[in-house]
Design a protein. Sequence first.
Lengths: 213, 374
Amino acid sequence: MRKPSQVVTGTATARDRATGSALVVPSTSMPTRKSPLPALGSLHLRHPGFYEPLCRAYADAAAICLSESHTSPIEIEIRREGSSCLRELAWAEPLPDALASWGNSHEATEQGACSVGLATVETELGMVALSRAETRTGADFYVGPPGQSLERAHRLEISGTKTGRLRDLYSRLRQKIRQTRRGLSRQPALACVVGFRVRMVVLTSPEMEAGDA
Amino acid sequence: MPNPEHQQAQELAASAELAKARGDSEAAHSLYARAADLELEGFRQLSQNEPRSRGILAVSYAALLFKARLYDRAEVAICGLLADPGIPPEFRDELRDLLQVTWEERLLESARLRDSGAEITVALRGGTIGAGTAPAEVAAHYLNGFNLLFSRIAEHEMGHPLRRQGPPPPAVQKLFQARATQASAGSYRFSLKLLEPVLEEGSRGPDAHRVSRLTLEVLRAVAHNDQAALTDAVPAGSYRLALARLIRNIVPAGDALAEVEIRTESDGPLEAVRLVPEDRLTVNEAIRALRSLPEQAEAREETIAGTLRAVHLDQHWIRIVPEEGPPVEVITTPEDLDDVIGPLVNRKIVARMSRGGRSERGRPQLLDLELLED
Protein backbone atom coordinates (compact mmCIF):
# COMPACT_ATOMS: atom_id res chain seq x y z
CA MET A 1 0.00 0.00 0.00
CA ARG A 2 1.23 3.49 -0.83
CA LYS A 3 2.44 5.50 2.13
CA PRO A 4 0.27 8.46 3.02
CA SER A 5 3.08 10.92 2.39
CA GLN A 6 3.70 9.80 -1.15
CA VAL A 7 2.00 11.77 -3.86
CA VAL A 8 1.27 10.74 -7.40
CA THR A 9 1.28 13.36 -10.10
CA GLY A 10 0.22 12.85 -13.67
CA THR A 11 -1.70 9.81 -14.85
CA ALA A 12 -2.13 6.56 -13.01
CA THR A 13 0.73 4.17 -12.43
CA ALA A 14 0.40 0.46 -13.18
CA ARG A 15 0.12 -0.22 -9.45
CA ASP A 16 -2.61 2.38 -9.07
CA ARG A 17 -4.53 0.86 -11.93
CA ALA A 18 -4.32 -2.52 -10.23
CA THR A 19 -5.35 -1.11 -6.86
CA GLY A 20 -8.16 0.95 -8.33
CA SER A 21 -9.56 -1.79 -10.47
CA ALA A 22 -9.61 -4.12 -7.50
CA LEU A 23 -11.64 -1.59 -5.53
CA VAL A 24 -14.50 -0.48 -7.71
CA VAL A 25 -14.27 -0.10 -11.43
CA PRO A 26 -12.57 -2.88 -13.35
CA SER A 27 -10.32 -1.53 -16.06
CA THR A 28 -9.58 -4.50 -18.26
CA SER A 29 -7.53 -2.93 -21.02
CA MET A 30 -5.28 -0.02 -21.87
CA PRO A 31 -7.31 3.15 -22.35
CA THR A 32 -8.24 3.99 -25.91
CA ARG A 33 -8.05 7.56 -27.21
CA LYS A 34 -11.44 9.06 -28.09
CA SER A 35 -12.96 12.42 -29.11
CA PRO A 36 -12.46 15.40 -26.76
CA LEU A 37 -14.86 16.33 -23.97
CA PRO A 38 -17.17 19.21 -24.95
CA ALA A 39 -16.36 22.80 -23.96
CA LEU A 40 -17.36 23.14 -20.31
CA GLY A 41 -18.65 26.72 -20.67
CA SER A 42 -21.29 25.78 -23.25
CA LEU A 43 -22.81 22.67 -21.70
CA HIS A 44 -26.00 24.63 -21.02
CA LEU A 45 -26.74 24.63 -24.76
CA ARG A 46 -27.54 20.92 -24.56
CA HIS A 47 -28.28 20.50 -20.83
CA PRO A 48 -31.68 22.08 -20.05
CA GLY A 49 -31.18 21.53 -16.32
CA PHE A 50 -27.90 23.42 -16.28
CA TYR A 51 -28.76 27.13 -16.16
CA GLU A 52 -26.32 29.21 -18.27
CA PRO A 53 -24.85 31.48 -15.52
CA LEU A 54 -24.32 28.44 -13.31
CA CYS A 55 -22.78 26.50 -16.21
CA ARG A 56 -20.28 29.30 -16.82
CA ALA A 57 -19.51 29.68 -13.09
CA TYR A 58 -18.95 25.91 -12.71
CA ALA A 59 -16.72 25.91 -15.83
CA ASP A 60 -14.63 28.66 -14.19
CA ALA A 61 -14.40 26.54 -11.05
CA ALA A 62 -13.21 23.53 -13.08
CA ALA A 63 -10.64 25.70 -14.86
CA ILE A 64 -9.30 26.93 -11.52
CA CYS A 65 -8.97 23.38 -10.15
CA LEU A 66 -7.32 22.09 -13.35
CA SER A 67 -4.94 25.05 -13.62
CA GLU A 68 -3.55 24.32 -10.16
CA SER A 69 -1.82 21.19 -11.51
CA HIS A 70 -1.94 21.31 -15.31
CA THR A 71 -1.80 23.45 -18.43
CA SER A 72 -4.63 23.25 -20.96
CA PRO A 73 -5.24 21.00 -22.83
CA ILE A 74 -4.75 17.68 -21.04
CA GLU A 75 -5.77 14.11 -21.67
CA ILE A 76 -8.10 12.90 -18.95
CA GLU A 77 -8.75 9.22 -18.31
CA ILE A 78 -12.38 8.16 -17.97
CA ARG A 79 -13.05 4.84 -16.27
CA ARG A 80 -16.36 3.01 -16.45
CA GLU A 81 -17.29 -0.56 -15.71
CA GLY A 82 -14.85 -2.69 -17.67
CA SER A 83 -13.51 0.05 -19.90
CA SER A 84 -11.27 3.05 -19.93
CA CYS A 85 -10.58 5.81 -22.43
CA LEU A 86 -8.59 9.01 -22.81
CA ARG A 87 -10.27 12.24 -23.89
CA GLU A 88 -8.82 15.70 -24.35
CA LEU A 89 -10.08 18.38 -21.99
CA ALA A 90 -9.38 22.03 -22.74
CA TRP A 91 -10.16 25.11 -20.68
CA ALA A 92 -9.52 28.83 -20.71
CA GLU A 93 -7.13 30.19 -18.11
CA PRO A 94 -9.23 31.53 -15.23
CA LEU A 95 -9.58 35.31 -15.12
CA PRO A 96 -8.92 37.28 -11.90
CA ASP A 97 -12.68 37.79 -11.39
CA ALA A 98 -13.26 34.04 -11.47
CA LEU A 99 -10.34 33.41 -9.14
CA ALA A 100 -11.73 35.95 -6.68
CA SER A 101 -15.26 34.56 -6.78
CA TRP A 102 -14.06 30.98 -6.25
CA GLY A 103 -11.87 31.76 -3.24
CA ASN A 104 -13.40 28.80 -1.45
CA SER A 105 -11.33 25.85 -2.55
CA HIS A 106 -13.79 23.18 -1.39
CA GLU A 107 -16.73 24.65 -3.28
CA ALA A 108 -14.64 25.22 -6.38
CA THR A 109 -13.66 21.54 -6.31
CA GLU A 110 -17.23 20.31 -5.92
CA GLN A 111 -18.79 22.68 -8.48
CA GLY A 112 -15.91 22.25 -10.93
CA ALA A 113 -16.46 18.50 -10.65
CA CYS A 114 -20.13 19.00 -11.62
CA SER A 115 -18.98 20.68 -14.83
CA VAL A 116 -16.51 17.93 -15.78
CA GLY A 117 -18.93 15.22 -14.58
CA LEU A 118 -21.79 16.45 -16.75
CA ALA A 119 -19.46 16.73 -19.77
CA THR A 120 -18.39 13.12 -19.10
CA VAL A 121 -21.96 11.84 -18.77
CA GLU A 122 -22.89 13.56 -22.03
CA THR A 123 -19.95 12.09 -23.93
CA GLU A 124 -19.93 8.63 -22.43
CA LEU A 125 -23.63 7.94 -21.93
CA GLY A 126 -25.37 10.41 -24.24
CA MET A 127 -27.20 11.86 -21.24
CA VAL A 128 -27.75 15.51 -20.35
CA ALA A 129 -28.85 17.33 -17.18
CA LEU A 130 -32.64 17.36 -17.32
CA SER A 131 -33.20 19.02 -13.97
CA ARG A 132 -31.53 20.17 -10.78
CA ALA A 133 -32.33 18.14 -7.69
CA GLU A 134 -32.46 20.52 -4.75
CA THR A 135 -31.08 19.17 -1.48
CA ARG A 136 -30.70 20.63 2.01
CA THR A 137 -27.18 21.82 1.36
CA GLY A 138 -26.91 22.12 -2.42
CA ALA A 139 -28.19 20.39 -5.51
CA ASP A 140 -27.58 17.26 -7.56
CA PHE A 141 -28.75 16.61 -11.11
CA TYR A 142 -31.22 14.32 -12.82
CA VAL A 143 -29.83 13.14 -16.14
CA GLY A 144 -31.19 11.24 -19.14
CA PRO A 145 -31.23 11.25 -22.92
CA PRO A 146 -32.21 14.67 -24.39
CA GLY A 147 -35.96 15.18 -24.28
CA GLN A 148 -36.59 12.33 -21.82
CA SER A 149 -39.08 12.96 -19.02
CA LEU A 150 -38.04 12.97 -15.38
CA GLU A 151 -40.02 9.74 -14.89
CA ARG A 152 -37.08 7.68 -16.16
CA ALA A 153 -34.20 9.99 -15.30
CA HIS A 154 -31.10 8.90 -13.35
CA ARG A 155 -30.01 10.79 -10.28
CA LEU A 156 -26.37 11.82 -10.72
CA GLU A 157 -24.17 12.21 -7.64
CA ILE A 158 -20.93 14.02 -8.46
CA SER A 159 -17.95 14.73 -6.27
CA GLY A 160 -14.49 16.12 -6.91
CA THR A 161 -11.10 15.86 -5.32
CA LYS A 162 -7.73 17.49 -5.79
CA THR A 163 -5.90 14.66 -4.10
CA GLY A 164 -2.84 13.27 -5.82
CA ARG A 165 -3.62 9.68 -4.88
CA LEU A 166 -5.86 7.31 -6.83
CA ARG A 167 -6.85 5.36 -3.73
CA ASP A 168 -8.38 8.57 -2.34
CA LEU A 169 -10.37 8.96 -5.56
CA TYR A 170 -11.75 5.44 -5.18
CA SER A 171 -12.40 5.98 -1.49
CA ARG A 172 -14.52 9.02 -2.40
CA LEU A 173 -16.34 6.97 -5.03
CA ARG A 174 -17.16 4.27 -2.47
CA GLN A 175 -18.56 6.94 -0.14
CA LYS A 176 -20.71 8.35 -2.96
CA ILE A 177 -22.00 4.88 -3.79
CA ARG A 178 -22.88 4.22 -0.15
CA GLN A 179 -24.58 7.60 0.07
CA THR A 180 -26.52 6.97 -3.13
CA ARG A 181 -27.63 3.53 -1.98
CA ARG A 182 -28.71 4.77 1.44
CA GLY A 183 -30.82 7.66 0.24
CA LEU A 184 -32.01 6.58 -3.16
CA SER A 185 -32.19 2.83 -3.09
CA ARG A 186 -35.19 2.70 -5.40
CA GLN A 187 -34.04 5.28 -7.93
CA PRO A 188 -31.78 4.65 -10.91
CA ALA A 189 -28.59 6.50 -10.08
CA LEU A 190 -25.06 7.22 -11.25
CA ALA A 191 -22.02 8.18 -9.19
CA CYS A 192 -19.14 10.16 -10.64
CA VAL A 193 -15.89 11.33 -9.02
CA VAL A 194 -13.53 13.74 -10.75
CA GLY A 195 -9.84 13.70 -9.80
CA PHE A 196 -8.43 17.01 -10.98
CA ARG A 197 -4.84 16.36 -10.08
CA VAL A 198 -4.68 12.73 -11.23
CA ARG A 199 -6.54 13.60 -14.46
CA MET A 200 -9.19 10.95 -14.05
CA VAL A 201 -12.98 10.62 -13.96
CA VAL A 202 -14.59 7.48 -12.54
CA LEU A 203 -18.20 6.91 -13.48
CA THR A 204 -20.27 4.05 -12.14
CA SER A 205 -23.78 2.95 -11.41
CA PRO A 206 -24.31 1.92 -7.78
CA GLU A 207 -26.56 -0.96 -8.89
CA MET A 208 -23.58 -2.39 -10.76
CA GLU A 209 -21.45 -2.14 -7.63
CA ALA A 210 -24.00 -3.88 -5.44
CA GLY A 211 -21.61 -6.39 -3.98
CA ASP A 212 -18.65 -4.14 -3.57
CA ALA A 213 -18.81 -1.05 -1.40
CA MET B 1 -38.74 19.08 -18.26
CA PRO B 2 -42.06 18.83 -16.42
CA ASN B 3 -43.23 22.41 -17.12
CA PRO B 4 -42.10 26.04 -17.53
CA GLU B 5 -42.69 26.83 -13.84
CA HIS B 6 -40.20 24.15 -12.83
CA GLN B 7 -37.70 25.56 -15.34
CA GLN B 8 -38.10 29.06 -13.87
CA ALA B 9 -37.79 27.67 -10.37
CA GLN B 10 -34.51 25.99 -11.31
CA GLU B 11 -33.15 29.20 -12.77
CA LEU B 12 -34.04 31.15 -9.64
CA ALA B 13 -32.53 28.45 -7.44
CA ALA B 14 -29.33 28.59 -9.50
CA SER B 15 -29.30 32.39 -9.17
CA ALA B 16 -29.76 31.98 -5.42
CA GLU B 17 -26.77 29.63 -5.32
CA LEU B 18 -24.65 32.21 -7.14
CA ALA B 19 -25.87 34.97 -4.77
CA LYS B 20 -24.91 32.81 -1.81
CA ALA B 21 -21.46 32.21 -3.33
CA ARG B 22 -21.06 36.00 -3.59
CA GLY B 23 -21.90 36.24 0.11
CA ASP B 24 -25.26 37.91 -0.47
CA SER B 25 -27.36 35.78 1.88
CA GLU B 26 -30.35 38.11 1.86
CA ALA B 27 -30.69 37.96 -1.93
CA ALA B 28 -30.17 34.18 -1.81
CA HIS B 29 -33.01 33.70 0.69
CA SER B 30 -35.35 35.87 -1.36
CA LEU B 31 -34.53 34.02 -4.60
CA TYR B 32 -34.98 30.64 -2.91
CA ALA B 33 -38.41 31.79 -1.66
CA ARG B 34 -39.49 32.83 -5.18
CA ALA B 35 -38.14 29.57 -6.57
CA ALA B 36 -40.19 27.65 -3.99
CA ASP B 37 -43.41 29.39 -5.06
CA LEU B 38 -42.77 28.50 -8.69
CA GLU B 39 -41.82 24.94 -7.82
CA LEU B 40 -45.14 24.54 -6.02
CA GLU B 41 -46.94 25.76 -9.16
CA GLY B 42 -44.94 23.28 -11.23
CA PHE B 43 -45.76 20.46 -8.80
CA ARG B 44 -49.49 21.22 -8.91
CA GLN B 45 -49.55 20.93 -12.69
CA LEU B 46 -48.19 17.38 -12.69
CA SER B 47 -50.62 14.50 -13.00
CA GLN B 48 -50.79 11.48 -10.68
CA ASN B 49 -49.45 9.46 -13.63
CA GLU B 50 -46.05 11.10 -13.16
CA PRO B 51 -45.10 9.85 -9.67
CA ARG B 52 -41.32 10.30 -9.98
CA SER B 53 -41.64 13.81 -11.37
CA ARG B 54 -44.00 14.62 -8.50
CA GLY B 55 -41.52 13.19 -6.01
CA ILE B 56 -38.61 15.16 -7.48
CA LEU B 57 -40.53 18.45 -7.46
CA ALA B 58 -41.97 17.78 -4.00
CA VAL B 59 -38.49 17.35 -2.50
CA SER B 60 -37.23 20.33 -4.46
CA TYR B 61 -40.11 22.50 -3.18
CA ALA B 62 -39.47 21.50 0.43
CA ALA B 63 -35.69 22.01 0.09
CA LEU B 64 -36.21 25.46 -1.42
CA LEU B 65 -38.47 26.52 1.47
CA PHE B 66 -35.84 25.26 3.89
CA LYS B 67 -33.08 27.15 2.10
CA ALA B 68 -35.25 30.30 2.15
CA ARG B 69 -35.43 29.83 5.95
CA LEU B 70 -39.23 29.68 5.76
CA TYR B 71 -39.41 26.96 8.38
CA ASP B 72 -43.10 27.26 9.29
CA ARG B 73 -44.11 26.99 5.64
CA ALA B 74 -41.65 24.14 5.10
CA GLU B 75 -43.12 22.21 8.04
CA VAL B 76 -46.68 22.59 6.79
CA ALA B 77 -45.70 21.80 3.21
CA ILE B 78 -43.73 18.67 4.11
CA CYS B 79 -46.48 17.31 6.35
CA GLY B 80 -48.94 17.87 3.49
CA LEU B 81 -46.67 16.14 0.99
CA LEU B 82 -46.14 13.18 3.35
CA ALA B 83 -49.92 12.82 3.56
CA ASP B 84 -50.07 12.48 -0.23
CA PRO B 85 -50.05 8.72 -1.00
CA GLY B 86 -48.93 9.45 -4.56
CA ILE B 87 -45.42 10.48 -3.49
CA PRO B 88 -43.09 7.46 -4.04
CA PRO B 89 -41.35 5.98 -0.97
CA GLU B 90 -37.79 7.07 -1.85
CA PHE B 91 -38.91 10.69 -1.96
CA ARG B 92 -40.86 10.32 1.27
CA ASP B 93 -37.58 9.38 2.97
CA GLU B 94 -35.98 12.57 1.69
CA LEU B 95 -38.98 14.61 2.86
CA ARG B 96 -38.72 13.08 6.36
CA ASP B 97 -35.04 14.05 6.49
CA LEU B 98 -35.96 17.59 5.48
CA LEU B 99 -38.70 17.72 8.13
CA GLN B 100 -36.20 16.70 10.80
CA VAL B 101 -33.74 19.46 9.94
CA THR B 102 -36.62 21.95 9.61
CA TRP B 103 -37.69 21.15 13.19
CA GLU B 104 -34.11 21.59 14.33
CA GLU B 105 -33.94 25.01 12.73
CA ARG B 106 -37.19 26.10 14.35
CA LEU B 107 -35.95 24.99 17.77
CA LEU B 108 -32.70 26.82 17.22
CA GLU B 109 -34.46 30.01 16.22
CA SER B 110 -36.70 29.94 19.29
CA ALA B 111 -33.66 29.33 21.51
CA ARG B 112 -31.95 32.38 20.07
CA LEU B 113 -34.83 34.58 21.12
CA ARG B 114 -34.04 33.72 24.72
CA ASP B 115 -30.29 34.03 24.45
CA SER B 116 -28.46 36.37 22.14
CA GLY B 117 -24.95 35.76 23.50
CA ALA B 118 -21.94 34.59 21.53
CA GLU B 119 -21.92 30.85 21.13
CA ILE B 120 -21.06 28.00 18.83
CA THR B 121 -23.70 25.38 18.20
CA VAL B 122 -22.60 21.91 17.14
CA ALA B 123 -24.90 19.25 15.68
CA LEU B 124 -23.82 15.62 15.25
CA ARG B 125 -25.78 13.68 12.64
CA GLY B 126 -26.00 10.28 10.99
CA GLY B 127 -24.25 7.03 11.83
CA THR B 128 -24.87 6.08 15.46
CA ILE B 129 -26.54 9.40 16.38
CA GLY B 130 -30.20 9.20 17.40
CA ALA B 131 -32.92 11.77 18.00
CA GLY B 132 -31.31 13.88 20.73
CA THR B 133 -29.07 11.04 21.79
CA ALA B 134 -25.53 10.00 21.02
CA PRO B 135 -23.23 7.25 22.29
CA ALA B 136 -21.63 8.66 25.44
CA GLU B 137 -18.11 8.20 24.07
CA VAL B 138 -18.92 10.11 20.88
CA ALA B 139 -20.70 12.93 22.75
CA ALA B 140 -17.84 13.27 25.25
CA HIS B 141 -15.22 13.24 22.48
CA TYR B 142 -16.93 16.06 20.58
CA LEU B 143 -17.76 18.17 23.64
CA ASN B 144 -14.14 17.93 24.73
CA GLY B 145 -12.79 18.45 21.21
CA PHE B 146 -14.73 21.65 20.64
CA ASN B 147 -13.95 22.92 24.11
CA LEU B 148 -10.22 22.50 23.42
CA LEU B 149 -10.48 24.17 20.01
CA PHE B 150 -12.53 27.07 21.35
CA SER B 151 -10.04 27.55 24.22
CA ARG B 152 -7.09 27.71 21.85
CA ILE B 153 -8.81 30.29 19.67
CA ALA B 154 -9.71 32.43 22.71
CA GLU B 155 -6.10 32.25 23.89
CA HIS B 156 -4.92 33.38 20.46
CA GLU B 157 -7.47 36.19 20.45
CA MET B 158 -6.35 37.29 23.94
CA GLY B 159 -2.72 37.46 22.78
CA HIS B 160 -1.36 34.50 24.77
CA PRO B 161 1.72 32.76 23.30
CA LEU B 162 1.09 29.18 22.14
CA ARG B 163 0.66 26.99 25.22
CA ARG B 164 2.92 23.92 24.94
CA GLN B 165 1.63 22.08 28.00
CA GLY B 166 -0.95 22.15 30.72
CA PRO B 167 -4.54 23.39 30.73
CA PRO B 168 -5.71 26.77 29.41
CA PRO B 169 -5.06 29.75 31.72
CA PRO B 170 -7.82 30.17 34.37
CA ALA B 171 -8.96 33.43 32.74
CA VAL B 172 -9.70 31.53 29.53
CA GLN B 173 -11.37 28.60 31.30
CA LYS B 174 -13.74 30.98 33.02
CA LEU B 175 -15.02 32.17 29.66
CA PHE B 176 -16.72 28.95 28.66
CA GLN B 177 -19.89 27.22 29.54
CA ALA B 178 -20.66 24.03 27.63
CA ARG B 179 -24.34 23.19 27.46
CA ALA B 180 -26.12 20.23 25.91
CA THR B 181 -29.27 21.60 24.28
CA GLN B 182 -32.73 20.08 24.13
CA ALA B 183 -33.30 16.93 22.13
CA SER B 184 -34.27 17.33 18.51
CA ALA B 185 -35.11 14.83 15.84
CA GLY B 186 -32.24 13.34 13.91
CA SER B 187 -29.29 14.90 15.67
CA TYR B 188 -27.48 15.41 18.95
CA ARG B 189 -26.72 19.05 19.62
CA PHE B 190 -24.74 21.01 22.12
CA SER B 191 -23.53 24.55 22.33
CA LEU B 192 -20.49 26.24 23.78
CA LYS B 193 -21.36 29.59 25.23
CA LEU B 194 -18.88 32.40 25.75
CA LEU B 195 -19.41 34.42 28.91
CA GLU B 196 -18.66 38.09 29.24
CA PRO B 197 -16.07 38.14 32.04
CA VAL B 198 -15.89 40.85 34.65
CA LEU B 199 -12.38 42.19 34.14
CA GLU B 200 -10.09 44.17 36.36
CA GLU B 201 -9.56 47.69 35.22
CA GLY B 202 -6.98 47.88 32.43
CA SER B 203 -7.01 44.16 31.58
CA ARG B 204 -7.91 43.00 28.11
CA GLY B 205 -10.79 40.60 27.53
CA PRO B 206 -11.72 38.85 24.31
CA ASP B 207 -14.43 40.07 21.98
CA ALA B 208 -16.81 37.15 22.55
CA HIS B 209 -18.53 37.46 19.19
CA ARG B 210 -15.20 37.71 17.41
CA VAL B 211 -14.03 34.47 19.06
CA SER B 212 -17.11 32.62 17.81
CA ARG B 213 -16.77 34.07 14.30
CA LEU B 214 -13.05 33.32 14.24
CA THR B 215 -13.75 29.72 15.22
CA LEU B 216 -15.88 29.27 12.12
CA GLU B 217 -13.36 31.06 9.88
CA VAL B 218 -10.62 28.74 11.11
CA LEU B 219 -12.79 25.64 10.73
CA ARG B 220 -13.74 26.63 7.17
CA ALA B 221 -10.17 27.49 6.17
CA VAL B 222 -8.71 24.23 7.53
CA ALA B 223 -11.53 22.05 6.14
CA HIS B 224 -10.94 23.55 2.69
CA ASN B 225 -7.14 23.80 3.06
CA ASP B 226 -7.38 27.50 2.28
CA GLN B 227 -3.97 28.58 3.59
CA ALA B 228 -4.48 32.25 2.69
CA ALA B 229 -7.72 32.48 4.67
CA LEU B 230 -6.14 30.59 7.56
CA THR B 231 -3.19 33.01 7.66
CA ASP B 232 -5.59 35.97 7.60
CA ALA B 233 -7.54 34.53 10.52
CA VAL B 234 -4.54 33.29 12.53
CA PRO B 235 -1.30 35.13 11.75
CA ALA B 236 0.81 33.06 14.20
CA GLY B 237 2.17 29.99 12.38
CA SER B 238 2.51 27.83 15.51
CA TYR B 239 -1.16 28.42 16.34
CA ARG B 240 -2.22 27.51 12.80
CA LEU B 241 -0.70 24.02 13.06
CA ALA B 242 -2.11 23.44 16.56
CA LEU B 243 -5.61 24.49 15.46
CA ALA B 244 -5.49 22.36 12.29
CA ARG B 245 -4.63 19.31 14.39
CA LEU B 246 -7.37 20.03 16.92
CA ILE B 247 -9.84 20.34 14.03
CA ARG B 248 -8.76 16.99 12.58
CA ASN B 249 -9.71 15.40 15.91
CA ILE B 250 -13.31 16.52 15.36
CA VAL B 251 -13.68 15.55 11.70
CA PRO B 252 -15.83 12.37 11.61
CA ALA B 253 -13.81 9.19 11.15
CA GLY B 254 -15.53 6.26 9.49
CA ASP B 255 -19.23 5.43 9.63
CA ALA B 256 -19.94 6.22 13.30
CA LEU B 257 -20.86 9.77 12.43
CA ALA B 258 -21.91 11.20 9.06
CA GLU B 259 -21.68 14.93 9.67
CA VAL B 260 -20.70 17.56 12.21
CA GLU B 261 -22.38 20.90 11.64
CA ILE B 262 -21.00 24.02 13.34
CA ARG B 263 -22.39 27.52 13.33
CA THR B 264 -22.27 30.73 15.32
CA GLU B 265 -25.20 32.43 16.96
CA SER B 266 -25.87 34.52 13.84
CA ASP B 267 -25.56 31.83 11.16
CA GLY B 268 -28.38 30.10 9.33
CA PRO B 269 -28.12 26.57 7.93
CA LEU B 270 -26.59 27.79 4.67
CA GLU B 271 -23.77 29.57 6.49
CA ALA B 272 -22.90 26.64 8.75
CA VAL B 273 -19.64 24.73 8.35
CA ARG B 274 -20.12 21.00 7.84
CA LEU B 275 -17.40 18.46 8.44
CA VAL B 276 -17.84 15.07 6.75
CA PRO B 277 -15.49 12.04 6.71
CA GLU B 278 -14.01 12.94 3.32
CA ASP B 279 -12.81 16.29 4.74
CA ARG B 280 -10.10 14.30 6.52
CA LEU B 281 -8.12 14.21 3.27
CA THR B 282 -8.20 17.98 2.92
CA VAL B 283 -7.42 18.60 6.58
CA ASN B 284 -4.44 16.26 6.31
CA GLU B 285 -3.24 18.24 3.28
CA ALA B 286 -3.57 21.43 5.33
CA ILE B 287 -1.54 19.91 8.18
CA ARG B 288 1.17 18.69 5.81
CA ALA B 289 1.38 22.17 4.30
CA LEU B 290 1.69 23.74 7.76
CA ARG B 291 4.28 21.37 9.09
CA SER B 292 7.66 22.06 7.46
CA LEU B 293 9.79 19.00 8.10
CA PRO B 294 13.59 19.27 8.09
CA GLU B 295 15.34 17.36 5.29
CA GLN B 296 16.88 14.15 6.65
CA ALA B 297 18.35 12.26 3.74
CA GLU B 298 19.04 9.11 5.75
CA ALA B 299 15.63 9.01 7.49
CA ARG B 300 12.90 6.65 6.28
CA GLU B 301 9.20 7.08 6.91
CA GLU B 302 6.93 4.44 8.48
CA THR B 303 3.28 4.18 9.37
CA ILE B 304 1.97 2.20 12.33
CA ALA B 305 -1.62 1.51 13.36
CA GLY B 306 -2.51 0.57 16.91
CA THR B 307 -3.78 1.85 20.25
CA LEU B 308 -2.24 4.89 21.91
CA ARG B 309 -1.56 3.61 25.43
CA ALA B 310 0.76 6.12 27.08
CA VAL B 311 1.77 9.75 26.70
CA HIS B 312 4.56 11.63 28.48
CA LEU B 313 5.10 14.81 26.53
CA ASP B 314 7.34 16.33 29.26
CA GLN B 315 9.77 13.48 28.54
CA HIS B 316 8.98 13.63 24.83
CA TRP B 317 7.55 10.17 24.16
CA ILE B 318 4.32 8.31 23.50
CA ARG B 319 3.73 4.55 23.45
CA ILE B 320 1.69 2.77 20.79
CA VAL B 321 0.55 -0.84 21.07
CA PRO B 322 0.13 -2.25 17.56
CA GLU B 323 -2.36 -5.02 16.70
CA GLU B 324 0.55 -7.45 16.67
CA GLY B 325 4.03 -7.18 18.07
CA PRO B 326 5.56 -5.32 20.99
CA PRO B 327 4.72 -1.74 22.03
CA VAL B 328 6.54 1.01 20.14
CA GLU B 329 7.90 4.07 21.91
CA VAL B 330 7.92 7.12 19.66
CA ILE B 331 9.74 10.41 20.28
CA THR B 332 7.64 13.57 20.18
CA THR B 333 8.59 17.16 19.44
CA PRO B 334 7.50 20.45 21.04
CA GLU B 335 4.94 20.74 18.21
CA ASP B 336 3.07 17.76 19.69
CA LEU B 337 0.58 19.26 22.13
CA ASP B 338 -1.22 17.50 24.95
CA ASP B 339 -4.67 18.73 23.98
CA VAL B 340 -4.14 17.30 20.48
CA ILE B 341 -2.70 13.93 21.56
CA GLY B 342 -4.46 13.52 24.93
CA PRO B 343 -7.95 12.82 23.51
CA LEU B 344 -6.48 9.98 21.44
CA VAL B 345 -5.32 7.91 24.46
CA ASN B 346 -6.85 4.41 24.44
CA ARG B 347 -8.19 4.93 20.94
CA LYS B 348 -7.23 3.33 17.64
CA ILE B 349 -4.79 5.63 15.91
CA VAL B 350 -2.43 5.70 12.97
CA ALA B 351 0.99 7.28 13.46
CA ARG B 352 3.34 8.47 10.77
CA MET B 353 6.96 8.50 11.96
CA SER B 354 10.53 8.59 10.73
CA ARG B 355 13.40 6.27 11.59
CA GLY B 356 17.10 6.89 11.17
CA GLY B 357 18.42 10.38 10.63
CA ARG B 358 18.45 12.25 13.90
CA SER B 359 16.11 9.81 15.64
CA GLU B 360 17.19 9.31 19.21
CA ARG B 361 18.74 5.88 20.05
CA GLY B 362 17.01 4.24 17.14
CA ARG B 363 13.56 5.21 18.40
CA PRO B 364 11.27 6.58 15.69
CA GLN B 365 10.27 10.24 15.72
CA LEU B 366 6.61 11.17 15.48
CA LEU B 367 5.62 13.05 12.35
CA ASP B 368 1.85 12.91 12.68
CA LEU B 369 -0.84 11.12 14.66
CA GLU B 370 -4.53 10.81 13.89
CA LEU B 371 -7.63 8.86 14.81
CA LEU B 372 -8.00 5.71 12.73
CA GLU B 373 -11.11 5.32 10.61
CA ASP B 374 -13.47 2.56 11.70
